[in-house]
Structure formats: structure tokens, C-alpha cells
Write a protein that binds this ligand. Structure first.
Ligand SMILES: *Cc1c(COP(=O)(O)O)cnc(C)c1O
Length: 230
């Protein structure tokens, strides 16, 4: 199957999932995760109508963004080291993976240098997985309060990368939990914080994520095919 056919198939499944739970398909955006994939694949997706892409590795992203012909919007979805943030400033519209104050301070500093602001999501480690990034549920509210005080940043929601299970139904409770946490943060009414976005769901489980309230699904493999080891 071509990238265009894969995209059409993913979009159709997104629409069906929306219809099944009574959501407006326009509420859910598809982030085409193009990490490790070549510029030509991204350009093929752009020609097929995809505008929004997600990347996970800073150097690879910068190289590819400069090479891609055609208009694209970029999100950063991967684990982010503070010393790499300077290369992202002004290059992405949303960072999905902010999980510590020090990182947010550096993002604030780098966007401040160019006189702009950036939107970000707070990544939550729902499975208490030691190997994964993300703040714990216990620390979430205090982290959000701390980040909300920084200039040049807008907190717009939450992101999660739940533990992998073969059966997407086993992942559903994690999606539900992320939505509950966003609702809880909304009740705290922290100035400047808006819980508009829930970034959850990947190739394997994006339909369940949509049914549980995802507004951004991050899909790689179903669009671009399997990735080799990096
Ligand atoms: C790679 C990646 C994805 C895409 O995963 P697929 O299973 O290929 O759809 C989504 N989110 C993040 C954070 C990723 O790193």
C-alpha cells in the first residue's frame, strides 16, 4: 500500500471511531509520526493532503525540516533533552513531551530569545514505568503550577504513552485516566493553563484513544510502514 492509501485508511478509521462515539471528526487531529522515515516519504504524505507531522529526534528533525518541500506543521513528540531545545526554537508549534520543570525553563528561555511563545503538553507516565519519561500522577499538579508561571509557554493539555498491550482494550483505562487528570487540572483553574488537548493513541490503539477523548493521535507505522532499528 502507498502512503496515500495508508493515510486514507487511517483517516477513515478515525472518522468511523468518531462517529461511533458521537464526536465531531474535526476535533481530532492526525499527527503523522515520521521519525526515521526519509524526506521523500514526508513529501508523499504532504502531496496526499497531510499537513501535520511529528518527529522524535532533534537533529534528524532539523535536517529533514530543512529539506522537505511543501508546507508542513511540525510537532515534537519524543523525549527531549534540555541541551537540544535551542535547535527547536521557532521550528515546532507544539511540544508533546514536557515532563520536568528544568526542561520547561529551557523551552521558555529559548522561545523568549526569539520573542515567541510555544504551546506544550505535559507528558504523564501513567503506568509508573521506570523506563519511560513522563511525570508521575502525584507530581502532575505541582509541575503544572510551576510551568504555568514561566513566560513564552502555553500549557494546552496532556500526553501519554501507555504501556504496550496486544489488546487495545487493556490500554483503554489509561486513556480514560489521562482524560480524568485533564478534568481534574481544569477544576484547579490555574491561570494560563487550558486542557484542550489530549495526545494519546498510536497505530495500535488510536481508535480506542479517540473513543476516550483524544484530540491528537500520533500515528507512524500505519502511515509510513514499519521502522527499522535506529
Ligand atoms: C514513534 C512514536 C509514535 C508512533 O508510533 P506508531 O506505533 O508507529 O504509530 C507515537 N508517539 C511517540 C511519542 C512516538 O515516539
Amino acid at each position: 500500500m502507498s502512503i496515500a492509501e495508508n493515510l486514507a485508511w487511517v483517516r477513515e478509521r478515525m472518522e468511523i471511531a468518531c462517529r461511533r462515539c458521537g464526536r465531531n471528526p474535526e476535533e481530532v487531529r492526525l499527527v503523522a509520526v515520521s521519525k526515521t522515515k526519509p524526506v521523500a516519504a514526508i513529501e508523499e504524505a504532504i502531496v496526499a493532503g497531510q499537513k501535520l507531522f511529528g518527529e522524535s529526534y532533534v537533529q534528524e528533525f532539523v535536517d529533514k525540516k530543512n529539506a522537505v518541500a511543501g508546507a508542513a506543521e511540525w510537532h515534537f513528540v519524543g523525549a527531549l533533552q534540555s541541551n537540544k531545545v535551542k535547535y527547536l526554537a521557532g521550528q515546532v508549534t507544539l511540544i508533546h513531551s514536557v515532563d520536568r520543570l528544568h526542561l520547561a525553563e529551557e523551552i521558555s528561555r529559548q522561545w523568549g530569545r526569539i520573542g515567541e511563545s510555544v504551546e506544550l503538553l505535559i507528558e504523564v507516565n501513567l503506568g509508573h514505568e521506570a523506563t519511560k519519561s513522563g511525570t508521575s500522577e502525584e507530581e502532575l499538579a505541582s509541575l503544572v503550577r510551576g510551568i504555568a508561571l514561566l513566560p513564552h509557554l502555553k500549557i494546552r493539555g496532556l500526553m501519554a504513552l501507555p504501556p504496550y498491550c496486544d489488546d487495545p482494550e487493556e490500554i483503554r483505562p489509561f486513556f480514560r485516566e489521562l482524560r480524568r487528570l485533564a478534568g481534574y487540572l481544569t477544576t484547579l483553574a490555574i491561570p494560563g493553563v487550558e486542557m484542550r488537548e489530549l495526545s494519546m493513541g498510536m497505530t495500535h490503539d488510536f481508535e480506542a484513544a479517540i473513543e476516550e477523548g483524544a484530540t491528537l493521535v500520533r500515528v507512524g507505522t500505519a502511515i509510513f510502514g514499519e521502522r527499522g532499528k535506529r
